[in-house]
Design a protein around this ligand. Structure first.
Ligand SMILES: [Zn+2]
Length: 246
């Protein structure tokens, strides 16, 4: 979310609500990276770590904020009945629906900026999900979403070679389709893609395949086929070719 600068807009929207204005809670009060609004006990972490002398450290939910990361009074600030904690716990898909229904331009802008995340199959992530908990595939897709969020002039300014290492990890079939559409958007803008993948739908969609084998690990590493997916299906004899034919 920080990648897409959406959090800045959400903080601004909350600080524009009447209760925040009366109390002088500016946008920074809704950040857990700064003093002011965050819980002073856990410094916005939501958890406290207790060092244990002879054992590994114990992490516990912060007693003061109950894991909500903000001071109680900050949680009284609501935009359409949702406070910052409620919003950060929404999935990206739900958040888009929520902000789209808002009448303010600022709310609609937030919904629009979140859309690229759904386009790369990340709609299930929570808005406030920490980037340290993301899988490798998810991190790659977030960077792709950031790129897709740039204006079309900026997206086409220079031609880029993108390299993805198993970007579909953890994706469901339906979301793989979305990711392939996002890849098409990159290609349409004139960029190039190198994708390391096992996923058959991704393999089938490539313009050119380089199949490494014949087996995995130390029994692989040789180029066993290079060509189009159609060629591979017609005349390939590698494991990948057999798999695609099925
Ligand atoms: Zn706390």
């Amino acid at each position: 979310m920080t990648y897409l600068k959406v959090y800045d807009e959400i903080r601004k929207l909350l600080s524009d609500q009447q209760y925040a204005k009366i109390n002088g809670y500016g946008p920074s009060y809704f950040s857990f990276n700064q003093e002011g609004g965050r819980c002073p006990e856990c410094q916005g972490e939501g958890v406290v770590t207790i060092p244990m002398q002879f054992m590994s450290d114990v992490t516990m939910v912060c007693e003061q904020c109950g894991g909500k990361r903000f001071k109680q009074d900050i949680l009284e600030v609501r935009y359409r009945e949702k406070n910052i904690d409620d919003i950060l716990n929404m999935s990206i898909e739900d958040a888009i629906a929520f902000f789209e229904e808002g009448k303010e331009d600022a709310a609609k802008s937030i919904a629009r900026k979140l859309q690229p995340l759904v386009d790369v199959g990340l709609g299930y992530l929570k808005l406030g999900q920490s980037s340290s908990t993301l899988s490798g595939g998810e991190s790659q897709r977030i960077k792709l979403a950031y790129f897709l969020s740039l204006s079309s002039e900026n997206r086409k300014k220079e031609k880029i070679l993108f390299i993805f290492d198993e970007p579909t990890t953890g994706l469901h079939f339906f979301d793989v389709e979305k990711l392939l559409k996002a890849f098409d958007a990159l290609l349409d803008a004139g960029h190039s893609l190198v994708v390391v993948e096992h996923n058959p739908d991704v393999i089938r969609s490539a313009d050119w395949l380089i199949d490494l084998g014949p087996d995995a690990g130390s029994r692989g590493g040789e180029v066993v086929f290079a060509g189009t997916p159609e060629d591979m299906i017609a005349r390939g004899d590698s494991f990948t070719a057999q798999y695609l034919r099925r």
